[in-house]
Write a protein that binds this ligand. Structure first.
Ligand code: SF4
Length: 324
């Protein structure tokens, strides 16, 4: 049986809406609304959804980059959200994040060596000589020459800068990497190189990934299981092959239909989602997807479907999951 490395239970993150001179709270943006999932050791969970679905907020909340409203996060069985400062420092080493924009996450005034070694210095890991040895080794691991260590970020291409970002995270020897749209700012020709590097590193180092992206094709390439989010809710969670063979949620089916296929003559469902994602400050009643769902009936407008296990390992939140 697989062992969970990360368990997220009923995670909620609301952002207050403040208006008027007195900045009174007049509403809540329900960015993440009761989201639960686990990630087993050594697997990649892909978290997908349109912009504003809450996937990035989930990743930042579970790392405590922003405070959660409620819920529980367990890392290797230990609570993360209630950890004290010392415990939190230990979690920070084990759980690292890689951001979408590698340029913005690197200080332009620091050399690559200074940027990558920052975590080692903060956590007091090793002597200066030992840190140098680690720096050289990690550069090679991410496919960059150690001779580039004294250069500055602007001297590198986007793909190289993302490799520096990966090196910066890996030098702390984490167990979990949260990858927040790690290739979406890169040219398409470079994306595959970085994805292949991440897959190779996972195999070599036994890493566990939470891979956040809006692009289902990218997530398909790297994931063991896929979680689909819509308007702050997890609507489907299943092994990758099952999601692509037969989705249990109409929204997943629509995302899948939007993935480009290499053979234009191949049969595919044509689904065009009408309208934009509604505001998370005032989500639709019942099933949040009902205003855009071509299968919606009256019950969908009044009764919110729970995320339930419909088949072994396959979770979906839809009243008509068996007819999708
Ligand atoms: Fe569509 Fe109804 Fe299923 Fe929601 S519950 S996804 S509205 S069919």
């Amino acid at each position: 049986m697989s062992t969970p490395l990360l368990e997220v239970k009923n995670l909620v993150k609301y952002f207050p809406i403040r208006t008027g001179v007195l900045r009174r709270v007049t509403g809540q943006v329900r960015a993440v609304d009761d989201v639960s999932f686990t990630i087993n050791k050594g697997e990649t969970l892909g978290l997908v959804g349109e912009s504003g679905c809450g996937k990035t907020t989930v990743s930042r909340t579970l790392l405590r980059l922003i405070p959660a409203t409620s819920g529980q996060v367990l890392f290797d069985g230990a609570p993360v959200l209630s950890a004290n400062r010392a415990q939190q420092k230990a979690f920070r080493r084990k759980m690292q994040i890689i951001f979408q924009d590698p340029y913005a996450s690197l200080d332009p005034r620091r050399t690559v060596a200074e940027s990558i070694a920052e975590g080692l210095v903060i956590h007091g890991v090793g002597s200066r000589d030992e840190q140098q040895v680690k720096l050289q080794a990690i550069m090679e691991k991410v496919g960059l020459s150690p001779s580039l260590l004294e250069r500055f970020p602007h001297e590198f291409s986007g793909g190289q800068r993302q490799r520096i970002g990966i090196a910066r995270a890996l030098i702390m020897e984490p167990e979990l990497l949260v990858l927040d749209e790690p290739v979406s700012a890169l040219d398409v020709s470079i994306q595959a190189q970085v994805l292949n590097l991440l897959i190779q590193l996972q195999r070599d180092l036994g890493l566990t990934y939470l891979f956040v992206a809006h692009n289902l094709a990218v997530v398909e390439y790297v994931s063991t299981r896929i979680g689909i989010m819509y308007l702050g809710k997890m609507v489907e969670l299943a092994p990758r092959a099952d999601v692509f063979a037969r989705p249990f949620h109409p929204y997943t089916k629509a995302l899948k239909a939007a993935v480009p296929v290499p053979r234009p003559t191949a049969h595919r469902d044509r689904i065009v989602l009408e309208g934009d994602v509604p505001s998370p400050s005032n989500p639709p009643s019942g099933c949040r997807f009902h205003p855009r769902c071509w299968m919606a009936t009256d019950i969908c407008k009044t009764h919110e479907p729970a995320l339930e296990e419909k088949a072994p390992g396959r979770w979906a939140a839809c009243h008509f999951w068996d007819k999708v």
